[in-house]
Design a protein around this ligand. Structure first.
Ligand code: SF4
Length: 491
């Protein structure tokens, strides 16, 4: 347990910085005024941290300190700035510098703990700043490493070709299929095993199609244009051929007329058949994703993937034979038991297949996963940053360029997920969903619709129910909420 005494309202953000250094530790926040009024209840057993901010008209002074049995240390800094946002950054920065010095640790994304580190870069670009200035700012103000700052600027510059010009009436569509044949041990997504929930698939599809049809009518009234479609999950190809046909026919019929990109995840090679690939091809799918995660069979078994590398290769070759010319592959760095030689084997196998894009994920150990709590597995990791560098080098050699990036909580070594592709194969959906400049209308259990109010720099969200049975039962209620959200933006 860590006690944090703060005299400002950014204790949550400072807590995120503390967790960078101490992991998933419990933090008790104590208001400084309350502490001064009643010192008697206060006893320190573990680590006591202070984050204290004092301001006048033109500057703020921030002090961070730590007291424990082993150490007493303090770090303070004066900032000549006044905005609320900058105050928040200052208290994070000060705590980071204190703990970094004490524990001799630095993190590649510095004090950026959010999912979308490139938003800052885009904001600076919108204000007309040069790339060198942005790189410097990322390093100085957010303590991002030079390597990551340059990467962020490179990707943001590439993304802008797809994000702009912004048309508020152009949207993207997400359709979620929350079923998988079995549950991978690291999974924290909305995924239900077909073994236990297979009997719900038909009713789920009925509700999902109803949600799409009703919303489509409203979208037509507002004259919305669909740019991209993404069918994700779960694993969409865990549907049988007939079910997949029914779903994709409807999606294409409702949203296909103006779209420029139609992705269907075929993530698990054990769900891919010639028939399903034919259906996808016939119904206008332009991009699929076949995800090995690793090409090492012993790891696949360890993480509960229920397929082997041979199946991945066969599925990929079959997809090529059926005419798919835009295939993505996902891999994960930091899987239990994997070392550099395993990664090299995976990249070598992928090189032979030559996918148009490769998405590199860093293992994130989340509470909802089976792997969570198996601390022996987590401790085995240690060279994931080096693996990330090697994949970047591999991508360069293969003429795959980084085109989108995001982060998640609890990622090993506080790294990132990064999408690479051959020039011209950027997945526009991925860019739009991460940079949040385009409204996304989402269907299915746990799907989140986001409306973007560009002029106000505001985002509103409506999340569908996660539980499949309740999603089916209360479909009308969720559709009405979605209508309200769309009405606010488009009426
Ligand atoms: S295939 Fe993906 S969504 Fe399904 S269980 Fe595995 S990680 Fe989760």
């Amino acid at each position: 347990m860590i006690k944090l005494v703060a005299n400002h309202s950014y204790a949550v953000e400072v807590g995120n910085i503390i967790r960078l250094f101490y992991g998933k530790v419990q933090i008790e926040v104590i208001n400084q005024e309350a502490l001064e009024m009643n010192q008697s209840f206060f006893q320190v057993e573990g680590i006591l941290l202070h984050s204290i901010l004092k301001s006048d008209n033109s500057s703020i002074a921030v002090r961070a300190s730590i007291t424990s049995k082993e150490t007493i240390m303090e770090y303070s800094e004066v900032f000549y700035m006044v905005s609320e946002k900058q105050k928040k950054e200052a208290v994070k920065l000060t705590m980071y510098k204190l703990l970094s010095k004490l524990l001799d640790k630095r993190f590649p994304w510095g004090i950026l703990t959010g999912i979308r580190p490139l938003k800052i870069v885009h904001e600076l670009m919108e204000h007309g700043h040069e790339q060198n200035y942005i790189i410097e700012t990322m390093q100085k103000s957010h303590l991002v490493s030079s390597e990551k700052a340059k990467l962020a600027v490179e990707i943001a510059a590439r993304e802008r070709n797809f994000i702009y010009p912004i048309d508020q009436k152009t949207v993207s569509i997400y359709v979620g299929i929350p079923f998988c044949p079995t549950r991978c041990h690291y999974c924290s997504f909305t995924s239900n095993s077909l073994k236990t929930c297979g009997n719900l698939v038909e009713d789920y599809l009925t509700a999902l199609i109803y949600e799409m049809e009703q919303t489509h009518a409203v979208m037509n009234n507002y004259k919305l244009k669909v740019q991209t479609i993404y069918i994700g999950g779960g694993t969409p190809t865990s549907l049988n051929e007939e079910q997949l046909d029914k779903l994709l026919s409807k999606v294409f019929e409702l949203f296909g007329s103006s779209m420029v990109e139609f992705t269907c995840e075929a993530g698990r090679p054990d769900t891919i058949t010639e028939g399903k690939l034919r259906v996808m091809k016939q119904k206008g799918v332009t991009r699929i994703s076949i995800n090995p995660q690793t090409m090492n069979d012993e790891t696949l078994e360890r993480i509960g993937r229920a397929h082997n590398s041979e199946q991945t290769i066969k599925s990929f070759e079959l997809a090529r034979k059926m005419g798919f010319d835009n295939i993505n592959m996902d891999i994960i760095l930091g899987l239990p038991g994997e070392e550099m030689r395993h990664l090299e084997n995976t990249l070598e196998a992928i090189k032979r297949l030559q996918p148009e894009s490769l998405t590199i994920h860093t293992m994130a150990i989340k509470r909802a996963s089976i792997i969570h709590g198996q601390s022996n597995i987590v401790k085995q990791q240690g060279n994931t940053s080096e693996m990330m560098r090697n994949t970047a080098e591999y991508a360069k050699q293969q003429n795959l360029r980084p085109y989108y990036l995001y982060r998640q909580k609890h990622m090993i070594e506080n790294l990132e997920n990064i999408g690479y592709c051959k020039p011209g194969y950027e997945c526009i959906y991925n860019i739009q969903i991460i940079e949040e400049k385009q409204t996304n209308i989402a269907f299915g259990a746990d799907a989140i619709t986001k409306t973007i109010f560009i002029d106000e720099n505001r985002i509103e969200r409506q999340g569908n129910i996660k539980d499949i049975r309740l999603y089916i039962e209360r479909i009308e209620q969720q559709i009405n909420k979605k209508f309200k959200l769309l009405e606010e933006l488009y009426k």
